[in-house]
Design a protein around this ligand. Structure first.
Ligand SMILES: [Zn+2]
Ligand SMILES: [Zn+2]
Length: 115
């Protein structure tokens, strides 16, 4: 399977909301305060944005930006390395080819409301 090439309409999404959120920063400094932005969840359902730790401003995460992040997400089923991809309903996430399960990135990062 190639990166993000398949419409994963039938994939089973595993709910990892109960796990401790991970902090994913982008190396490229923010547009405003020149610090590393943090990936946050802005709505239930997995929609994510960049948040500037300096001023709290948020910005869209492009597909390219998401795919280049090395998250190291492991599959909850088989502990194998997961692949960054698009999940159903336009959510960014990770997919395990072996188990055919997905994890939404929005379930793994802190909510914007926690700041
Ligand atoms: Zn800022
Ligand atoms: Zn797996």
């Amino acid at each position: 399977m190639t990166l993000g090439s398949l419409p994963l309409n039938s994939v089973e999404i595993l709910d990892l909301k109960h796990e401790r959120p991970v902090e994913i920063h982008r190396q490229t400094p923010t547009w405003c305060c020149k610090v590393e932005p943090l990936l946050v969840r802005v709505m239930d359902g997995g929609f994510v944005k960049w948040r500037c730790p300096g001023c709290g401003d948020t910005a869209q995460v492009s597909r390219e930006q998401f795919l280049e992040l090395d998250c190291g997400q492991r599959c909850p089923r088989c502990n194998g390395q997961m692949t960054a991809t698009d999940l159903p309903y336009g959510n960014y996430g990770y997919h395990c080819d072996g188990c055919d399960v997905g994890v939404r990135i929005g379930d793994r990062v802190p909510s914007v409301d926690t700041f």
